[in-house]
Design a protein around this ligand. Sequence first.
Ligand code: PEP
Ligand code: MG
Length: 579
Amino acid sequence: MTLELQGIGVSRGIAIGRAHILFHNQPDVREYLIPAFSIEQEVDRLKHATEQARDQLLAIRNHIPANAPTDVSSFIDTHLLMLNDSSLSSVPIDMIRSRRCNAEWALQLQRDALINVFNEMDDPYLRTRQDDVDHVVNRIHRILADEHVADHEIPDGRLKDHIIIAEDLTPADTVLMQHQGIAGFVTEHGGATSHTTILARSLGIPAIVGVESVRRYIQDNEPLIIDGESGIVLAGSDGSVVTEYRKKLIDFRAHIASLSRYKTQPTKTKDEKAIKLLANAELPEDISLISNAGAEGIGLYRTEFLYMNRATPPEEEEQLAAYRDVVESIDGPVTIRTFDLGADKTVDGGRHHGPTVNNPALGLRAIRLCLGQPAMFRTQLRAILRASAFGKVKVMFPMVSNQQELAQARNQLESCKKELDREGIDYDHHIQVGVMIEIPASAVCAEMFARQVDFLSIGTNDLIQYTLAIDRVDDQVNYLYDPLHPAVLRLIHMTLLAGKKHDTEVSMCGEMAGDPRLTRLLLAMGLNNFSMHPNAILEIKQIINETNLTELPRETLTILNMDNPFEAECLIETINSYD
Ligand code: PEP
Ligand code: MG
């Protein structure tokens, strides 16, 4: 019998494969190689986790009531003894050094070896002690999983062609899994514009979010079909359904292939208005995708990947190498956005530092975080400036909310320029500076920014989040996510008008720019600079090239005043359906 579950399709494509369920309380142990220079760091990680496990057990023992049966505390004592025993305290460390493997894997190997020994024992009581081994090892694994990443992970390929089923995934998980060749993923939580989702789209991984309790309905290794457009998850499908979806998969691939004819065509409407199509880059791997997609440059280079899956911040030289690589491989300008860390873009793969905040999206993120950490910010600014000596680079500040922030960011940039001058290091002295318009306050005051910068870029993901007060990663309020809300559209329109008035270039780099349903509306509103994930470029180009702006229905812009979402949807249908 087929089981059908419905979620929100957030990254198009069909995936057919077996389920791999991730449970947070049973950490998924993977093997990866540790580079020689990080071995001692990995050893310390294991030692630290073991110490933490010991502290946890001691704390538990201290909380055992005095009148509790002695068995209870002896149970904890046994675990403490195991932790101190060399089989767990030093053998895994030797393995990390000899095999150059990660701490989790060394621990897992040692766990398997110990379980085998217990299994061979005749004494049934001693055989049951294998549970204790598992408890202790799981405790350390869980502690390691909290900080669960290390530099330069090399995946083992075990997840290849599987569909990952998880409560939620971090952007870092998504990147690692893509390296493992996963076919798709389904999560219980997440929103259409969360960073994880954006990554899935740009990596071309079919993905569905918001499938409540999916891990209860799907069995590990069960054959699955997912449709990343309709948001449907199918388990236990019979042969005819599988055949139907295989055909859909072939059609989808054929559709993508048919778009390739647009690659070399210029982007302009039928009435000859030239439009710029730029790409958003998330990861170094995107670069070849971008070159193939026919983008005229990069409108948003998200630099957060440099911080993902690692414990130490990237140095200037490492950043320079990454930026230079992009600048030298792409024809056209590269707009490098300074670190937009915080909220769902975790600083170091999810490790938590500092106080827990109630509203991370409203907290210390993006430019706020950078201005508060000048050393980190300046390192990046220097690297960006130095990269500008190798090609056309623009620098863009995220989440700017007032003039003071812009002034402070600019001061840092100017001071880095002077520093480079003193050091005799080359850079583009006329590097263009822009801000992202992604906070309603900045959209309302877009004119002020337009007067002061070389370009504006509308970040609709955050603009929608902050305008409609919906956390972009909270599936419970996903239903309120509405790019056609008149407040959102008016803020976009205001920004476009501000740019026009001050002759300042305005682009859009949020997900709305790559949504084919909205292309004609955005063109009608005056947008002529779109930046999107490379997978969307050719489809959007097709729409632009088939649009005659002078023939768009006159009432198109009445959408800015429509208080009825249904009417707005109908108008979009009308705009999109004429030839
Ligand atoms: C946006 O907010 O629209 C945007 C492009 O930035 P990010 O999604 O990286 O926050
Ligand atoms: Mg943003």
